[in-house]
Write a protein that binds this ligand. Structure first.
Ligand SMILES: C[S@@+](CC[C@H](N)C(=O)[O-])C[C@H]1O[C@@H](n2cnc3c(N)ncnc32)[C@H](O)[C@@H]1O
Length: 284
């Protein structure tokens, strides 16, 4: 019955615009008219769950709920979670060959060897675990004892739950070398599970990168990976998000963005051209 009524419902430009504006205000994600059908399908899916048969009632539910409970459910639907272990392999090579040794050398001067990393827009966890595995692999080359943590944040609660689970299919592990799988994953019934000693170093949390108050609470970091997130934002929202990231980087901390996103990084970051990739530094 509800589905019959929803089937006949079509989003028009005006209603599309009010939803697009609300989503942008709440989390920075930008939907242009080419996404109208996509958004219509996702809105109708959520409306069916809630037993709502008109767009304006659903809009009011999203707008007036200060807990954002329904908005978070909608976010699970409209966020894109494409990711992979060691995505942009050259970034992880630069991280191991230059960024980590640089951070260790500087921290050593200051006597503290605790390093903190952020996967901002971590999706289902592959990026955060790739950071942890890179640190584990590199750690043995340093004479000092290194301790570290990785925080993964995302606005999709369903993605975070999968990340916390840490179970991946054989296909998901395509980009992971065999010796790394052997060391850091264990075979379970439904795939490969990240071993506990790795999971102990990685935490996943809900946080909205667009909200300064969320970001301020998550800590301070020596390197941030924020890749393939900015592409979903418009120019103004990108600036705000990068400003939020700047505020959580320690002085001398490094930012990785996807190559196509590097044009958006403002000049308060220093641009460093390493052999394999460009990285952005918050000046000391
Ligand atoms: C395409 S995935 C990229 C995952 C990973 N960074 C990578 O490069 O493989 C983009 C992720 O950013 C998240 N995201 C989008 N807007 C966000 C926001 N305002 N705050 C936190 N995460 C956000 C999405 O939920 C999604 O999981």
């Amino acid at each position: 019955m509800i589905n019959d009524r929803l089937n006949d419902l079509k989003l028009n430009r005006e209603i599309f615009n009010i939803f697009a504006r609300l989503i942008r205000e709440k989390c920075g994600l930008f939907f242009d008219l080419s996404k109208m059908y996509f958004l219509e399908t996702k809105l109708k899916k959520r409306m069916a769950e809630r037993g709502i048969t008109d767009f304006i009632t659903y809009y009011n539910l999203l707008k007036n709920d200060y807990t954002d409970r329904e908005f978070k459910e909608l976010l699970n639907e409209i966020t894109i979670h494409e990711t992979a272990f060691f995505r942009i392999n050259s970034h992880f090579k630069t991280f191991s060959d230059y960024v980590l040794p640089g951070l260790v050398a500087r921290k050593n001067d200051s006597g503290s060897l605790y390093l903190s990393f952020l996967s901002a827009g971590c999706s289902t966890g592959e990026e955060a675990y790739s950071i942890a595995l890179s640190v584990f692999e590199k750690m043995k080359e340093f004479p000092q004892k290194i301790d570290f943590s990785v925080v993964g944040i995302d606005i999709s609660i369903s993605a975070i739950e999968r990340a916390r689970n840490g179970i991946y299919s054989e296909n998901d592990l395509n980009s992971v070398p065999e010796n790394i799988i052997e060391k850091y994953f264990e075979k379970v019934d439904n795939g490969f599970k990240v071993k506990d000693f790795v999971k102990e170093k990685v935490v996943f949390r809900y946080a909205n990168l667009y909200k300064k108050e969320d970001i301020e609470l998550i800590g301070r970091f020596d390197a941030v990976f924020c890749r393939y997130v900015l592409i979903y934002f418009d120019e103004l929202a990108k600036t705000k998000l990068l400003d939020n990231i700047y505020s959580v980087l320690n002085p001398g901390g490094m930012l990785f963005v996807a190559p196509s996103e590097s044009y958006n990084v403002p000049e308060n970051f220093a641009r460093i051209n390493y052999k394999n990739s460009i990285v952005f530094e918050k000046p000391l």
